[in-house]
Ligand binder design. Structure first.
Ligand SMILES: Cc1cc2nc3c(=O)[nH]c(=O)nc-3n(C[C@H](O)[C@H](O)[C@H](O)COP(=O)(O)O)c2cc1C
Length: 337
């Protein structure tokens, strides 16, 4: 049964932002890609806050295998926010029960633009259903003690609807909103630069922390975005997949990073799909030149194949035979600068 709970703020209470440790650099939730070893890798390079990949609330509640496979934790990965998708408050509250002691907050995904979200009526497809989403959030925040945050996209090109929604989410006790400044159509080959104006307007309107997300490719882009939008922190996704060290503002040899990821992977994961997927992105600039290496990775199946691939990669580096293209994974759908 869903009940109503009144929130009373105590004087001098630690704010949610304090609890998060006032983060500046945040790793985005990414399906199949913000898994524990990758989160830990980014933390080694100045990332202050991490999100799990989007977890399907119903699957999470129903299947122990889904929970143990997709929600892995470590004391070294704190503060952590778990992200759920769904449209049923009771199910989401049940899912929250499983994670509430291991995370600092739970985020509701209101940004997923994929067809599967359209079919399931969740993610960005809830954004335009103002009353439904506000009532969903009310039912969640009134019935759990853990802070609730939301990650949204720009609603079509409708500033007013986006602002109204953010305002009402804040009124329903949402503690932080992350804004991806693109509409749900602006993805894949239709990707566009982010609209920072909407993030700026949301920040002006709200009193809770606002996190800016999107269009960060170079370290300087972070300050440009934060100076313009006045957002409290930056969240990055794609650039970290290619350069997990991005937040450190250092130039690190990506093969050293690959080796570091292997160590974390072997300690915390067994599902080889993560290893393959991350290696393709981290080594993308090499694979544009060394297609034989790309094919070798493509043909890796068991762990020994991957260890052999790592050995060959390091040998080639030692021999000085590796060259990188200037075509980056980040720019795969965009023009090379
Ligand atoms: C592979 C991939 C998976 C993603 N999965 C999620 C997800 O699970 N939840 C979510 O809210 N956003 C997800 N996103 C969107 C990112 O969190 C982020 O909002 C978007 O990529 C824009 O940030 P960027 O310009 O730094 O890449 C995903 C993005 C990518 C590239």
């Amino acid at each position: 049964m869903i009940k109503m709970r009144m929130q009373v703020k105590k004087k001098n209470e630690e704010t949610f932002w304090d609890k998060l440790g006032k983060p500046k650099y945040i790793l985005a939730p990414m399906v199949d890609l913000s898994e524990l070893p990758f989160r830990l890798l980014c933390r080694n390079y100045n990332c202050n806050l991490t999100f799990t990949p989007m977890l399907h609330a119903q699957n999470f509640v129903k299947h122990e295998k889904y929970r143990s496979g997709y929600f892995k934790k470590s004391d070294n990965d704190k503060p952590l926010i778990a992200q759920f998708c769904g449209n049923n408050a009771e199910i989401i509250l049940n899912a929250i029960d499983y994670v509430k002691n291991d995370v600092v907050a739970v985020d509701l995904n209101l940004g997923c633009p994929q067809q599967i979200a359209k079919k399931g009526n969740y993610g960005a497809f809830l954004l335009s259903k103002h009353d439904e989403v506000v009532s969903l959030i009310s039912d969640i925040t009134n019935n759990c003690k853990i802070p609730i945050t939301c990650k949204i996209r720009k609603i079509d090109n409708d500033y007013q609807s986006t602002l109204n929604l953010c305002h009402d989410l804040q009124n329903r006790n949402v503690q932080m909103i992350t804004v991806h400044g693109r509409t749900k159509e602006e993805k894949g080959i239709n990707i566009k630069e982010c609209d920072y104006e909407i993030i700026k307007l949301i920040k002006e309107k709200l009193s809770i922390p606002v996190v800016a997300n999107g269009s960060v490719e170079h370290f300087e882009d972070i300050e440009k975005c934060l100076n313009y939008t006045k957002a409290d922190a930056i969240m990055c996704a794609e650039i970290l997949l290619e350069k997990p060290y991005f937040f450190s503002n250092k130039n690190v040899d990506i093969i050293d990073i690959v080796n570091e990821y292997y160590v974390l992977f072997l300690k915390y994961e067994t599902n080889l799909k993560y290893l393959k997927s991350h290696l393709f992105k981290m080594l993308y600039t090499y694979f544009q030149v060394h297609t034989d290496l790309r094919d070798m990775l493509n043909n890796c199946h068991g762990l020994n194949d991957y260890l052999n691939f790592q050995k060959i990669l390091n040998e080639k580096r030692k021999q000085g035979t590796l060259t990188q293209s200037n075509q980056t994974w980040y720019r795969r759908y965009r023009k090379t600068l």
